[in-house]
Design a protein around this ligand. Sequence first.
Ligand SMILES: [Mg+2]
Length: 442
Amino acid sequence: MATDLAKFAEENGVKYFMISFTDLFGGQRAKLVPTRAIAEMQRDGAGFAGFATWLDLTPAHPDMLAVPDPEAVIILPWNKEIAWVPANCVMEDEPVAQAPRNVLRRLIKEAAAEGLHVKTGIEAEFFLLTPAGDQVSDPYDIAAKPCYDQQAFMRRLDVIREISDHMLELGWNPYQNDHEDANGQWEMNWEFDDALNTADKHSFFKFMAKCVAEKHGYRATFMPKPIEGLTGNGCHAHISVWDAPGAAAKTNVFAGEGEGETGELGLSKRGKHFLGGIMKHASALAAITNPTVNSYKRINAPRTMSGATWAPNTVTWTGNNRTHMVRVPGPGRFELRLPDGAANPYLLQAVIIAAGLSGIQSEADPGKRYDIDMYAEGHKVRGAPKLPLNMLDALRAYDKDKGLKEAMGKEFSAAFLKMKHDEWNDYVSHFSAWEKANTLDI
Ligand SMILES: [Mg+2]
């Protein structure tokens, strides 16, 4: 039985629902609906003019309805009279095919039809900046290697502790928090979950971190490279595949007897091929995992002040070594280190499933394992593709990858490529200070 939101409100003292959906650029859009209207909205959805958001819709399109998913409702821990509920976009009784949460739900269904249930954990790094967003909020956080800095941690304990308390209350099973590798940078980890739940939690985490930071007079940003010269915001994804969803999962399909170089690290045959799919589609899927102009200042970056970027630049995989695009830290799972903080939470999960499924179906080979320090010896690697150097290269790689485009959905891929090309064109028409500084006198 689906949760009755009106009843839920009555039982929990909820006065308003924030019905929220995520557009193609990862923006969260919402309407605040008083409880008296929620029964109707639960049935019919909240109406939006789709053209007003990034979904590739026109002003002539009919109303888009955001139908709340009642099982995913979350009471805001910092404002308990309001509940956030992610919604599925519908138009004229049909799901809007390019809407990110719909893309993910469709892929989860396709994987389930093959007996595969993807579970992921993500590491959504973020910075706490000043409200204007141009400086680290803590003026004393200036060490060259600030990672795990205990004293800097204590100066932002109020924010981090508050977010952690909220996750404990929500039952997300958070397990660690730390000051990350850049000045002003943080990471908070909670337990892995089914892909759709992780995507909803990822969305809510970004919303929550921003709200709590604002309350304390700071600005939380997940932008891939918000401060030049410092390590960027990654969003590493830890991936495993199971025999059933939720608590019914008993067997890790990625664990067990394998073969070759992946088998040595404890990945099963299907784990090997899933990884093979990620490797095969890597340059194209970067358009989704690294979706902004700024993303390419994190990957392919020169060495940062701390000595390492912690971001990949080449399509390689290895064992427990953080200098590659994929790390297999132990049996039965692997870590994709490519995604960054700009990745759309739903499309990130969707593209992992799309590439992995394609790998299993085509029995893709992940290629050679490189057990080297890529930052020191990367130049010795021959034959491994380099990651796209900028957003346009990534969009072109995505456009060329027919298999991935189809797996992500024709309508989605067409809408995504159109909107992102428009964004690229807008970016290149921008006259930058760099141009003036470097070419005025030529
Ligand atoms: Mg990290």
